[in-house]
Design a protein around this ligand. Structure first.
Ligand code: FPP
Length: 256
């Protein structure tokens, strides 16, 4: 309790990232290290999801996106896919009251139509119930793949061109953003990946253009609120220039 207070004290609530996205990785390795079935890792990972959603809300993060199931994950053994779907459904049902109490709005990003009917129905129910909540947006990326998302957007834009609604030369970056699952959402300021892999794995390829990346070796089931806060503090210490130079440089680029 004491160390938690010390850490929160150093976090500047005025400089929080508007949108934090997390590639939750390492459930399988967590289980393997304990000679357990991979599903046990996902179960423990679900508990971490709960604690990080709570932490994000309490800290005042506006939007949290969790990469929970990728378009590629369908190729995993059937038993693992079923277990993940069961855990997702359980989360969507069991966290409903908590999301309402905490004012969290739930969105699904991804191919919702590919999810099993029961999972889709619970997702719709929780999404509908929490629709007007203003506290934090929780995006669950489910059957999500960035290339698939971009392809879908390109097809929608192509249809608008064919219908004469827009001309090819009128396409802007904003228009492309508006044809992604994340339409009208801020790009992630910070993307955290657990378990030490240095890749994006088909996650938010368009939206990550200027995201700060943080890779931790911690496996997702071991990820804690304390480490989350440390990463947020690290984010606040970074110098984000968005391809520009600092204001304190002269026009010729030399430091002033
Ligand atoms: C990656 O670990 C994790 C996933 C593919 C699934 C993430 C799912 C959860 C955290 C639990 C369910 C989600 C919610 C929202 C309740 P991995 O299996 O690829 O791990 P490995 O790389 O160590 O094998």
């Amino acid at each position: 309790m004491k160390s938690e207070n010390i850490q929160t004290a150093t976090l500047d609530s005025e400089k929080l990232p508007a949108h934090v996205a997390v590639i939750m990785d390492g459930n399988g390795r967590w289980a393997k290290k304990r000679l357990m079935n991979r599903v046990k890792g996902h179960e423990k990972g679900s508990q971490t999801v709960r604690s990080i959603v709570t932490a994000a809300r309490e800290l005042g993060i506006g939007m949290l996106t969790l990469y929970a199931f990728s378009t590629e994950n369908w190729a995993r053994p059937k038993i693992e896919v079923s277990a993940l779907m069961m855990l997702l459904k359980r989360f969507l049902v069991s966290e409903r009251d908590e999301l309402m109490t905490r004012g969290v709005r739930l969105n699904i990003l991804g191919q919702k139509e590919k999810l099993p009917k029961d999972v889709r129905e619970e997702a719709d129910k929780t999404g509908g119930m929490t629709r007007n909540n203003q506290g934090m947006v929780l995006n669950l990326a489910l059957s999500y793949g960035s290339r698939q998302e971009i392809t879908l957007g390109v097809k929608a834009l192509a249809r608008k061109i064919k219908a004469g609604v827009i001309q090819p030369g009128e396409i802007t970056e904003e228009m492309i953003s508006d044809h992604l699952y994340t339409r009208q959402m801020p790009d992630p300021d910070l993307i955290i990946r657990t378990s030490g892999e240095f890749r994006l794995s088909n996650f938010m390829l368009w939206q990550a253009a200027y995201s700060e990346l943080f890779i931790t070796n911690t496996l997702w089931p071991d990820f804690t609120r304390e480490e989350f806060i440390e990463i947020l503090i690290n984010f606040q210490e970074r110098d984000r220039r968005f391809g520009k130079v600092k204001c304190s440089t002269s026009n010729d680029g030399s430091p002033q």
